[in-house]
Design a binder for this molecule. Structure first.
Ligand code: GLV
Ligand code: MN
Ligand code: MN
Length: 422
């Protein structure tokens, strides 16, 4: 194929692969569960390895377990990578992450079959552990590639049951002793593109099939422990109690009020993980452990909210005679997508006559870490009814095909315009 000719994204082939992949970790209500380190994670990795090798890509697993499948280029130039993640949240949907990985597969296959002569090496990447996991290290693979996770932190990391991260990483084919080798710089990785579902309702409301992402929110997480006093649920007077659950509940409601008071669209907060101990019907809860998450488009607001939360939680805890402790487990700044990549995605969408919106993402993505050292960009397709991180997650194949074609043509345009003086 001439370099000016086109490769076509095959919706049929993408969908057939997607349906097969969706069986890995399939749940009864149409979703999937493929947490990092699980048997389903291993099965998904094997599927991707076999499929990539069958179409002739050079498949490698790096030291943190990220999957890379490379189509060599004709010149000694930085790689252009496209992909996402194959793990899922508990009781999640089929599209989050998997869409981007399987669209990357179709993209490379279409380019290869069309005989496109790429100058830059092109790669599919599927990152390790993008979603929150028992090691409290979400976006683990992309953070490591960006040099944002230190070897000593990783080597010390254990899950809630005491399993070491090294054990889990070895099981997926990596090795933390060599984790520095997984790090990349911009002369190795020149650009990264990710296709993802929107996970909200804005595209549906705007009746647009596509969005070019302008930036990704900051995410801040605290692991909180509230310690009260366990005691008998019948014999302890209400006024004598130091109930950790009730204290944590008051803290949670104060957290919601504090966020609502700001009246800002690009500021949200969630307590999505919550445990009480010993968790028995006839025992006053002695302690509660939960994760507080704040997301914002401004790092200052995110930090202001985190400080305000701690102040209010301390006040409530003191009044209720419980102890409040909090440990920061994530402090990730918002990140802008690369202007050159944004312009390329917009230019290609315009040439293909596909109407698009520009959206700032309040979901986190691996692209946020790629953007810290290389040119990164993202495309969103609409999520039906805005549903995501649940089994009802759905997107339309016709929208995916449009976005897939934008991805293919953008890779061609980047391949031909980046490093043109080399
Ligand atoms: C990623 O799934 C996120 O938490 O936004
Ligand atoms: Mn997700
Ligand atoms: Mn995702």
């Amino acid at each position: 194929m001439e370099n000016s000719a086109k490769a076509s994204f095959s919706g049929d082939r993408f969908w057939a692969n997607f349906l097969t992949f969706s069986k890995i970790g399939a749940l009864s209500q149409g979703g999937v569960e493929r947490p990092f380190g699980s048997a389903e994670d291993l099965e998904a990795r094997k599927y991707l390895r076999d499929t990539c090798q069958t179409i002739g890509l050079d498949f490698q697993v790096d030291a943190i377990g990220n999957l890379w499948a490379v189509m060599p280029g004709s010149k000694d130039l930085p790689m252009i990578a496209v992909g996402s993640h194959h793990d899922s949240v508990p009781q999640g949907g089929r599209f989050d992450g998997a869409l981007g990985v399987l669209a990357a597969l179709e993209t490379l296959q279409a380019l290869k079959e069309g005989g496109y002569q790429n100058r830059h090496p092109l790669a599919l990447v599927s990152f390790t552990a993008e979603e929150p996991n028992p090691f409290n290290l979400s976006t683990m693979g992309s953070r490591t590639v960006a040099g944002r996770l230190r070897k000593d932190t990783l080597l010390l990391s254990k899950d809630w049951n005491g399993r070491t991260l090294q054990d889990a990483i070895r099981a997926v084919g990596g090795n933390l002793e060599q984790v520095e080798e997984a790090r990349k710089n911009s002369s190795e990785l020149g650009a990264f593109l990710e296709l993802h579902i929107e996970q909200g309702k804005r595209l549906e409301r705007a009746q647009k099939p596509l969005a070019v992402v302008t930036g990704i929110c900051g995410i801040y997480r605290l692991e909180v422990t509230v310690t009260g006093e366990a005691n008998h649920a019948g014999t302890t007077m209400l006024t004598d109690r130091h109930d950790a659950f009730l204290a944590a509940s008051e803290i949670a409601l104060a957290f919601e009020k504090m966020l609502l008071d700001q009246q800002q669209d690009e500021l949200v907060g969630t307590i999505g993980r919550f445990e009480i101990f010993p968790n028995a019907a006839n025992i006053i809860p002695g302690s509660a452990r939960f994760i507080v998450e704040i997301r914002a488009s401004s790092v200052n607001i995110m930090h202001e909210m985190a400080a305000l939360f701690q102040k209010e939680a301390q006040t409530i805890s003191a009044r209720r005679g419980v102890q409040f402790q909090a440990q920061v487990i994530l402090d990730q700044a918002p990140e802008a997508m690369d202007q050159f990549v944004i312009s390329t995605l917009e230019d290609v969408s315009t040439k293909l006559k596909i109407p698009y919106d520009r959206l700032f993402s309040m979901a986190g993505h691996d692209a946020t870490h790629m953007a810290s050292f290389t040119k990164a960009g993202m495309l969103f397709v609409p999520s039906i009814d805005g549903k995501s991180h649940c089994q009802d997650e759905e997107s339309r194949l016709e929208d995916i095909v449009l976005a897939g074609q934008v991805m293919i043509d953008s890779i061609i345009q980047l391949d031909q315009t980046m490093d043109t003086n080399s």
